[in-house]
Design a protein around this ligand. Structure first.
Ligand code: AMP
Length: 283
C-alpha cells in the first residue's frame, strides 16, 4: 500500500524504517505510463520506492503554464498504489521552500554550457529551478538512486552535473522514452492538446526518425539530416519548431559533419500553445 505523505517530518519518520536501497522518482504528477515505467524499473532494482509529486514553481517561466499545469493527486495516488510505490511524497510549497518569498530563494545555477543550449535558450532559469528543487528533494529523501526519463534528456545531463558537483552519493538511472501508439512521447502536457493537435503531434517523432534514418543509411551528415527533418515538418501546418539539433552523447556539445553515431537528435516544437520535446539516439 502506498503511503501518501505531505510533510518532511512524516517522510523522515517513515524513511527511518525503510529498507535500503531507496529509489527516488521525482515527478510533477498527472502520472502516465512514462512515469510508471520509471517506477517499474525502480521497483525491480530497489527495496523501497519513493515518488514525489510536486509542481515546482521555480522551474516555470513567467509566461509558462505553472497555473494550468494538470494536477490530479487522487488519480496519481491510485496509480502509485497499483504500481507498488511505497511512499508518495506530495509536499506543499512551504515544505520545500520555507523562505519568505520565492525571490529570496538562492538558486543553484548549473554551468552555461549546459543551460544556454537547447531548452535553456528559451526557458531561462528553468534548469536552475530544476536542480534547486532536486537538491532539496535529494537532501530530504536521501535516496541511493534516482530514476529519470530520457524524454527530458537535457535534464539528465544537468542532474548529472548536480550530483557530481555536490558529490552526492546517488546513482542516476536514465530510462527510455515511452511513447503512444503513433510514436508521440508520453507527457502530462499532451493533455492540453485538442483532438486535431494530438493528430499533428505524432509528426514530431516522425521527423526525428527521418533524420536518424538519413544518417543510418550513411548518406547524410547530421546537419543535412536535421534539414530533412525540418523540411518534413515545414509541410505540416500547425507545428512551430523551436529547435531541431544534433548533439553529442558525451556532453551535448554540437557534433561535426563526420559524426555518424553516438549522438542525439533533439527537438522542441509548439503545437498551438503546447510546447513538446522529444529526442532519438543515433548509436
Ligand atoms: P515530469 O512529471 O514531466 O516532470 O516527469 C517526471 C519524470 O518522468 C522525468 O524524469 C521525465 O523525464 C519522466 N518522463 C516523462 N515522460 C516520460 C516518457 N514518455 N517516457 C519516459 N520517462 C518520462
Amino acid at each position: 500500500m502506498t503511503k501518501l505523505i505531505k510533510s518532511i517530518e512524516d517522510l523522515k519518520n517513515e524513511l527511518t524504517n525503510a529498507s535500503k536501497p531507496v529509489a527516488f522518482v521525482p515527478t510533477m504528477g498527472s502520472l502516465h505510463n512514462g512515469h510508471i515505467s520509471l517506477i517499474n524499473k525502480a521497483k525491480k532494482e530497489n527495496k523501497t520506492v519513493v515518488l514525489s509529486v510536486y509542481v515546482n514553481p521555480l522551474q516555470f517561466g513567467p509566461s509558462e503554464d505553472f497555473k494550468s499545469y494538470p494536477r490530479n493527486l487522487n488519480s496519481d495516488h491510485e496509480k502509485c498504489v497499483s504500481s507498488g510505490v511505497d511512499i508518495l511524497f506530495a509536499p506543499e510549497d512551504r515544505e520545500i521552500y520555507p523562505e519568505d518569498s520565492f525571490e529570496n530563494i538562492q538558486l543553484i545555477q548549473p554551468p552555461a554550457v549546459l543551460t544556454s543550449i537547447l531548452c535553456g535558450k528559451t526557458r531561462v532559469n528553468h534548469f536552475a529551478g530544476v536542480v534547486t528543487v532536486l537538491k532539496r528533494l535529494f537532501d530530504i529523501v536521501e535516496p541511493q538512486s534516482v530514476y529519470l526519463g530520457e524524454k527530458d534528456l537535457q535534464q539528465v545531463y544537468v542532474v548529472n552535473w548536480l550530483i557530481k558537483s555536490y558529490n552526492l552519493q546517488i546513482k542516476i538511472n536514465p530510462c527510455p522514452i515511452i511513447r503512444e501508439e503513433d510514436g508521440l512521447a508520453m507527457s502530462s502536457r499532451n493533455l492540453y492538446l485538442t483532438e486535431g493537435e494530438r493528430k499533428i503531434a505524432s509528426n514530431i517523432y516522425k521527423s526525428l526518425k527521418i533524420a536518424r534514418e538519413n544518417v543510418k543509411i550513411g548518406i547524410f551528415t547530421p546537419s543535412k539530416a536535421v534539414l530533412e527533418g525540418l523540411i518534413f515538418l515545414s509541410k505540416i501546418p500547425g507545428i512551430k519548431v523551436e529547435y531541431f539539433e544534433a548533439r553529442s552523447k558525451d556532453d551535448l556539445n554540437e557534433v561535426n559533419k563526420d559524426t555518424m553515431k553516438d549522438f542525439y537528435f533533439l527537438i522542441a516544437a509548439k503545437i498551438g500553445n503546447v510546447r513538446l520535446i522529444d529526442n532519438v539516439e543515433v548509436s
